[in-house]
Design a protein around this ligand. Structure first.
Ligand code: SF4
Ligand code: SF4
Length: 90
């Protein structure tokens, strides 16, 4: 089993600014965004974070500034920064 590649950033959609126009959905090549009904109005949502390439086209295309790319936090080392695990010694 191989781990899914980690994206540097993921889109964060502000539902208060999203008008449901669908431009971001249209521009997303891997089709991981879609419009969801939310209390009588539509808003975009990221359906598949693992499938997102982090290309940021959705954020660039949004006419209402509703999408911001949020950098993912750095992955915490499992054994601490001073660990010699996996280090090659000779
Ligand atoms: S382009 Fe912006 S306003 Fe339009 S659906 Fe996407 S997030 Fe919402
Ligand atoms: S960053 Fe790219 S791949 Fe990810 S949701 Fe936006 S347009 Fe789609």
């Amino acid at each position: 089993m191989t781990a899914a590649p980690r994206r540097a950033a993921l889109p964060q959609i502000d539902p208060a600014r999203c008008t449901g126009c669908g431009w971001c959905v249209a521009v997303c090549a891997p089709h991981v965004l879609s419009l969801h009904a939310d209390g009588g109005r539509k808003a975009s949502a990221l359906d598949d974070a693992a499938g997102c390439t982090g290309c940021a086209l959705c954020a660039l295309r949004c006419p209402f500034g509703a999408i911001r790319m949020r950098r993912r936090p750095a992955q915490a080392p499992e054994a601490g920064p001073a660990s010699d695990a996996g280090r090659i010694s000779n």
